[in-house]
Write a protein that binds this ligand. Structure first.
Ligand SMILES: O=P(O)(O)OC[C@H]1O[C@H](OP(=O)(O)OP(=O)(O)O)[C@H](O)[C@@H]1O
Ligand SMILES: Nc1ncnc2[nH]cnc12
Length: 220
């Protein structure tokens, strides 16, 4: 699904949401343009519009599980779950959940990480939506998909607020940018079944942190 079909192309809410996200250069390390959604959470209208866009998209899709990825998926997932009448299932980093868990490792730039889900939280045949703030390589979302599919759930889609430009269109995911303008992306969306919905492109500008002395460049 892409902009031309979902009716969001040119939606002014998308620009306001994008503008409410702060980009912090060189955090947590040199060279990273950190997409900080905490500033979006401070803006009541932009935050509500973000949740509403997801809710409008998923309310009639017969979804019974919203799975949120720790930590930032927890900031959007529960509101969406409540609004669409689904349960919320946290996918947590290792050793946080007290019950019996299943785990899926995934690769990071350096090393690996892991997501865990409580056994019994999701039943075979349930229709699931995965929520996170951001997709970069897609490794985290792919681990989330594997966890849910291992217990027999159907992952209808993964939804993120932000997509980084370097996202790899692989690993079970196909891109559907809400504000997509690019022919190539549209072609992908037309030719493949999409399992990834991204609201905004990575921000083209940044608001520097007070007194940080940084002079970082932004990318578009
Ligand atoms: O597409 P990927 O390359 O897998 O990266 C995306 C993930 O990275 C960030 O989380 P992070 O692992 O930094 O954890 P945090 O939210 O706990 O800080 C982000 O919130 C996504 O979950
Ligand atoms: N640039 C970025 N900003 C915020 N979270 C991220 N996770 C991976 N890359 C990120």
């Amino acid at each position: 699904m892409f902009a031309g079909e979902n009716g969001l192309k040119g939606d002014p809410r998308l620009q306001a949401i994008s503008e409410a996200i702060r980009v912090v250069p060189h955090f947590p390390k040199q060279g990273i343009m950190f997409q900080d959604i905490t500033t979006l959470l401070l803006d009541h209208k932009a935050f509500k519009d973000t949740v509403d866009i997801f809710v409008d998209r998923y309310r009639d899709m017969d979804i019974s599980v919203v799975a949120g990825v720790e930590a930032r998926g927890f900031m959007f997932g529960p509101s969406i779950a409540l609004a669409i009448g689904a349960k919320f299932v946290p996918l947590r980093k290792p050793k946080k959940l007290p019950g019996k868990v299943i785990s899926e490792e995934y690769e990071l730039e350096y090393g690996t990480d892991c997501l865990e889900m409580h056994v019994g939280a999701v039943q075979p045949g349930e229709r699931a939506l995965v929520i996170d703030d951001l997709v970069a390589t897609g490794g985290t979302l792919s681990a989330a998909i594997r966890l849910l599919e291992r217990v027999g759930a159907e992952v209808v889609e993964c939804a993120c607020v932000i997509g980084l430009p370097e996202v790899k269109i692989s690993v079970n995911l196909m891109i559907a940018w809400a504000d997509c303008e690019k022919e190539m992306m549209l072609e992908h969306c037309n030719n493949h079944q999409s399992r990834l919905f991204v609201m905004c492109h990575c921000k083209a500008h940044f608001v520097s942190v007070l007194n940080n002395g940084w002079d970082g460049e932004c990318y578009s």
